[in-house]
Design a protein around this ligand. Structure first.
Ligand code: HEM
Length: 408
């Protein structure tokens, strides 16, 4: 745990290192940003340039692990860190998901959800998850060659799984997906996130009303029942629905897509996993460590002065733990830049830790395992399509291919 200084005012003055730009992965690759190696070595807690509030980018494993589990750092709403105090803020409700909730309401919601997301419940859901994967892969096999595996498989699959589990209508996706993507892009376009928030809230409210009228065997119906029994307030149920729309599938899509790129770009790797399925559980953990999606996408805010890595982080400052950098820390992992399907131990921290750790970790693991297994079974000779490269969104710190043309 980072320790607060006894008396911040009495600390010796630190020479402030020069501020840095938010590191981005090299164009046309999944990353991670090459800058991470230098930052971990020379400037593990770096001040970011040009942010509204002073913001710190944290790259070492021990520091990332400490701040992400430290109750003195909360998850601010977009407004909490995007505006200087003197700036006028837009009207309308803020996007409050589970991440921005704190205290007893957050604890009550986590408790209400613990059974639905635990390992046993996810294991029970696995045959259904497998059927969803197979349905999509069958349709993909009937399509043109080369086919785009992102549009045909890695995008719809995690969405389908979360829709079925939570009780969000998959058929409404053309309405809510653009809104959820705009909300997710809040790091880049705060105004856009603000514009879509009331629309997302209205959509989830209408779902809650529907579950109240016609309850089903899904997680949202269960929460609505608990709400009607007085165990939760309606705003908490709303925050859960919003969390599922913004955090429930996109990350898994990115991890699955990047994992498949990593399997197909190294000769023999796909065949190795296809021929030895006992490697699969360890391989999934290694993909979770190696795939560098979590590049400064978690934003924390200090509620008091905290000393970290020789820097004094003041109350109100933002802290961005780079989980993707922590998972490549050479003091923790041997040959961290190598994808080692047999790596053991593998103490990656891709799901965070503490009160806000990922509630969907078991589900995400099941989706990656079943998603890869079904792909290896259905397309034993899958390969990148010759003359058609994957395309990438090079403006985003969290990267996965936009298109992935494959043959089989
Ligand atoms: C590979 C896939 C995934 C990764 C790497 C991932 C990672 C994370 C991380 C690092 C956090 C903690 C953020 C923080 O400390 O503020 C988090 C929180 C969360 N994740 Fe995931 N996640 C994944 C998939 C999922 C899935 C499939 C779901 C649900 C269907 C989900 C739902 C959530 C929710 C609701 C939270 C907020 C929990 C809270 O604040 O109490 N995630 N995730």
């Amino acid at each position: 745990m980072p320790q607060p200084s006894e008396d911040p005012a009495s600390l010796p003055p630190q020479e402030a290192p020069p501020p840095i730009e938010l590191p981005l992965p090299p164009p046309g690759t999944m990353g991670p940003p090459t800058e991470y190696v230098r930052l971990r070595r020379e400037c593990p807690v770096a001040r970011l340039r040009d942010e509204a509030a002073p913001s710190w980018f944290v790259t070492r494993y021990d520091d990332v692990r400490a701040v992400i589990g430290d109750a003195r750092l909360t998850r601010p709403s977009v407004d909490g860190w995007s505006f200087r105090p003197e700036q006028e803020r837009p009207d309308g409700p803020e996007l409050i998901t589970m991440m921005e909730m704190e205290g007893p309401r957050h604890t009550a919601l986590r408790r209400a959800l613990s059974e639905a997301f635990n390992a046993r419940s996810v294991r029970r859901r696995r045959p259904r998850i497998r059927r969803s994967a197979e349905r999509l892969l069958d349709a993909f096999a009937d399509g043109d060659r080369p086919g785009d595996l992102i549009a045909g498989y890695t995008e719809p699959f995690p969405l389908l799984v979360v829709c079925e589990s939570v009780g969000i209508p998959y058929e409404d996706r053309e309405y809510y997906l653009p809104l959820a993507d705009a909300a997710l892009g809040a790091l880049l376009t705060v105004e856009e996130a603000r514009r879509v928030t009331p629309l997302l809230r209205d959509y989830v409210r209408s779902l809650i009303a529907r579950k109240r009228r016609l309850p089903a065997a899904d997680i949202l119906s269960d929460l609505v029942r608990r709400c009607d029994r007085g165990e939760l307030d309606e705003e908490s149920v709303l925050s859960f629905g919003l969390s599922m729309l913004v955090a429930g599938y996109r990350t898994t899509t990115m991890f699955l897509s990047d994992a498949i790129v990593a399997l197909l770009t190294e000769p023999g790797r796909y065949a190795r996993l296809r021929d030895d399925r006992s490697l699969l559980p360890g391989a999934v953990e290694e993909f979770l460590r190696y795939v560098p999606v979590m590049n400064g996408v978690v934003v924390l805010q200090a509620t008091e002065d905290i000393e970290l890595g020789g820097q004094m982080i003041r109350a109100g400052d933002a802290v961005l733990p780079a989980l993707a950098s922590a998972n490549r820390d050479e003091t923790v992992f041997d040959a961290p830049e190598q994808l080692d399907l047999c790596r053991r131990p593998n103490p990656h921290i891709v799901f965070g830790r503490g009160a806000h750790n990922c509630i969907g970790a078991h589900l995400a693991r099941a989706e990656l395992t079943v998603g890869l297994e079904a792909l290896l079974d259905r397309f034993p000779h899958l390969r990148l399509a010759e003359g058609h490269s994957p395309t990438w969104d090079d403006d985003s710190p969290a990267k996965s291919p936009l298109t992935l043309p494959v043959c089989w």
